[in-house]
Ligand binder design. Structure first.
Ligand code: NIG
Length: 398
């Protein structure tokens, strides 16, 4: 097999690597070979490569790691959104509107829609993302959603426990989710999740679902404390979940529990805005020593965006994070929430030997992500060493 040409990317004014030793370098370059980073260092010392791409004094950083999305769905809930902006509260009930539309769609339609969202995300710098099932909620529809998710996302999470669908008794549905549905979906999934909230599943039901998933070999994550003090955060920590997502309503004891644990608090600022929930207490979590991730929660009901940059800007401008903290949470933090922040297949970090998943901004520093909110700054994206998105001319000037 002919080896792929090596590529030198130079002219990087500010390189955010997210490595522990040297998280940020000035006037840097890197070399990509076979989809991985072969060299990183000062531009003045860069080795030769087959191709040379000069990014002209722009900032480079790892591609975004979006650790919470629901990409597999059909239909649109703009009317529900509009009513909410007119004062209606967000309630989990809207999920059933999407379940009906999703069940009515063909697998090809679901795949096309999910893949369009994946491309939209990639064009904006996302190089690794998770997607959940959860809009099928019967055995055949959940398996189909898992297949579609596996075809567009890097990591699949089984969310049969999103809400109890109509026409089935609650206990029967839990038996289905933890039994035949789990058995059928598990081969396509890496994680199991549950929506632990009033109107969805309580703490003991969520525990039952996650324990069944663990017994089937899946990792654990949980939607918790989105609309109230659901007890989800405490459950996630107690059960050793990789991540607990939303975290809008936290008591001091929840923050202490997260800080003393390896569970990542995944915060979803676009969802907080779109549901008019109070922002998750990002500053208090970080100050207490908890790990946080930022993710889009792309879904048609509570957060219809694929823009990680919007989440980063919001986290800085509204949630009290520094730029460095927000960018870390949207890259390495997301990777940690997915159990992918260490080892040879780590994402969200640029290091020699690691995956060449990176983006270049049309800006000299990552500060511009919040300094110029709303401006599409993604200029070029490489995913596993291959150009994947951004608005720069392709190929770039040598
Ligand atoms: O993460 N919270 C539960 N699930 C989604 C919302 C789903 C919907 O409203 O369709 C979320 O926000």
């Amino acid at each position: 097999m002919t080896p792929e040409p090596t590529e030198l990317i130079t002219g990087i004014r500010e390189l955010t690597t997210q490595t522990d030793g040297a998280p940020r370098l000035a006037d840097a370059a890197l070399v990509i070979a076979d989809g991985r980073i072969a060299w990183i260092g000062p531009a003045s010392a860069a080795p030769a490569a087959d191709l040379r791409t000069d990014v002209g004094g722009r900032a480079a950083l790892p591609g975004w790691v979006d650790s919470h999305t629901h990409l597999v769905f059909a239909g649109d809930r703009a009317a529900e959104f509009e009513a909410r902006m007119g004062g209606q509260p967000y309630a989990a009930g809207g999920i059933l509107t999407t379940v009906a539309a999703t069940r009515a769609a063909t697998e090809a339609q679901l795949r096309a829609a999910a893949s369009r969202l994946r491309q939209e995300a990639e064009a904006q710098g996302t190089t690794f993302l998770e997607s959940k099932t959860g809009y099928g909620l019967d055995l055949a529809s959940e398996v189909r959603s898992a297949r579609v998710a596996a075809s567009v996302a890097d990591v699949v999470t089984f969310l049969g426990a999103h809400i109890v669908p109509p026409g089935i008794d609650r206990r029967d549905y839990l038996d289905l989710v933890t039994g035949p549905m789990l058995a059928a979906v598990a081969p396509h999934a890496r994680f199991i999740d549950a929506f632990c909230e009033v109107g969805a599943f309580d703490v003991e039901e969520s525990r039952e679902v996650l324990e069944a998933g663990r017994a089937a070999g899946l990792g654990l994550r949980l939607h918790g404390n989105q609309l109230g003090f659901s007890g989800g955060v405490r459950l996630a920590v107690e059960i050793g979940a990789a991540s607990v997502d939303h975290c809008n309503h936290l008591e001091p004891a929840d923050i202490d529990a997260l800080a003393a644990s390896a569970t990542v608090a995944t915060l979803l600022p676009a969802c907080d805005l779109s549901t008019r929930q109070p922002f998750a207490p990002a500053r208090r979590l970080l100050d207490a020593g908890a790990s946080i991730a930022l993710a889009t929660n792309c879904n048609p009901g509570s957060s219809f965006t694929t823009s990680m940059a919007f989440c980063v800007a919001t986290a800085v401008l509204q949630m009290g994070l520094t730029i460095e903290e927000a960018v870390w949470a949207a890259t390495r933090g997301g990777a940690r929430a997915l159990g992918r922040d260490t080892g040879s297949d780590a994402v969200g970090v640029l290091r020699v030997g690691g995956r060449a998943d990176l983006q270049v901004l049309d800006a000299p520093s990552v500060a511009h992500l919040a300094y110029r909110p709303g401006v599409p700054l993604t200029w070029a994206v490489w995913r596993q060493g291959v150009r994947a998105g951004g608005h720069s001319p392709a190929p770039l000037p040598a």
